[in-house]
Design a protein around this ligand. Structure first.
Ligand code: ZN
Ligand code: ZN
Length: 363
């Protein structure tokens, strides 16, 4: 079929929205019409060269929701018309990690970057040029393996659920699944972008007593407060470690780094109390290293990493949707700007300017 997709050719160049050809679903695959897709920092990391694209030209995008249009042979879990949310990690259901309830770490699916497991791709340009892709949600339609989708209840507007599969599970999951924040504890969060706001609302859901939002862009603090922050620290003007230690009388029980920089990972570690936990959520740069002082670690402190929120998509996504229906999880507030696919470059500019919670693209 002919559809429209956003193609990444090289770092620091605008993404190009073009007509493309999409092959129908093969065995075990599903064709989805994308209803809404989020402009996520991990896509932008590729655009600005912070993360290296494994292969180009590439159709990016991974945070999305949509409606099933067609299923390939052997697919029994989905049928046309089903509402689905994309899961950012594949889940084979057979490996050590899947069978011990850690599907976010699944390593049972071997596919070359940008390819399906059969070694081919589903997207190409009208002139026949191969286009590489993962979930490829920066497109009006995409074809993905069925393990990349979670079926959700059909009575919630599907375009509202786009961020569940990335920003929400990464943020709320880091709090609830990875760090297991206890009710009554104190929390500090470095970075108030789309994922950071979800760490903040995860901490509120978990019953944290104080939630300290830290950023260098004060424009983000209105969003942070809306999502549950009790205190804010402008790190462009204040030492965030000292601020957190002062506000919590000795350090926070849990700190979250949602930026992906060595300096802020170290700050998050140094701002924990005795026995506290610092959790790195931000995507680290290629080859990034962090050093931490050893004596504080000797006081039962922990420095841990969270990958895709230690999420279990088929359990967690329906839970998020229940909370959204009940007004306990903010999704509408996250979609602070909506743009068409043709404005994908502007969507990333929104993210850099710091005046949006998340820009959602409706292809
Ligand atoms: Zn993402
Ligand atoms: Zn697995």
């Amino acid at each position: 079929m002919r559809t429209k997709a956003a193609i990444f050719y090289a770092p620091k160049q605008p993404i190009s929205v073009e007509e493309v050809d999409l092959r129908g679903p093969m065995v075990g695959e599903v064709l989805v019409r994308v209803a809404a897709t989020g402009a996520c920092h991990s896509d932008y990391h590729v655009v600005d060269g912070h993360s290296k694209a494994a292969i180009t030209p590439l159709v990016m995008g991974h945070e999305a929701s949509g409606v099933v249009e067609e299923v390939g042979q052997g697919v029994t879990w989905f049928k046309p018309g089903d509402h689905v949310v994309f899961a950012i990690r594949p889940m084979c259901g057979k490996c050590k990690y899947c069978t011990t309830a850690r599907p976010n770490l699944c390593n049972g699916i071997k596919a070359k970057p940008g390819h399906m497991v059969d070694g081919t791709t589903r997207f190409s340009k009208p002139d026949g040029t191969t286009l590489y892709h993962g979930l490829a949600t920066f497109s009006q339609h995409t074809v993905v393996p069925e393990w990349s989708l979670v079926k959700v209840r059909p009575d919630v507007p599907i375009d509202r659920l786009a961020s569940i599969g990335c920003a929400v599970v990464t943020g709320v999951g880091a709090v609830v699944n990875t760090a297991e924040v206890k009710a009554g504890s104190t929390v500090a969060v470095w970075g108030c972008g789309g994922v950071g706001l979800n760490v903040i609302q995860g901490a509120a859901i978990a019953g944290a007593s104080r939630i300290i939002a830290i950023d260098v862009a004060a424009s983000k603090f209105d969003f942070a407060k809306k999502f549950g922050a009790t205190d804010t620290v402008d790190a462009s003007k204040n030492d965030p470690v000292k601020a957190v230690v002062d506000l919590t009388d000795g350090g926070a029980d849990y700190t979250f780094e949602v930026i992906g920089k060595p300096q802020t990972v170290r700050q998050a570690f140094e701002a924990t109390c005795l026995g506290g936990t610092a959790c790195m959520v931000g995507v680290p740069p290629e080859g990034g290293e962090v050093s931490i002082p050893m004596r504080p670690l000797f006081s039962d402190r922990r420095l841990i990493g969270s990958s895709a929120g230690t999420g279990r998509p088929r359990v967690d996504f329906p839970w998020y949707i229940e909370m959204y229906r009940q007004g306990r999880l903010k999704l509408d507030e996250l979609q602070s700007r909506i743009r068409p696919l043709s404005e994908i470059n502007e969507a990333f500019q929104d993210m850099l300017s710091g005046d949006v919670a998340r820009t959602i693209i409706k292809p």
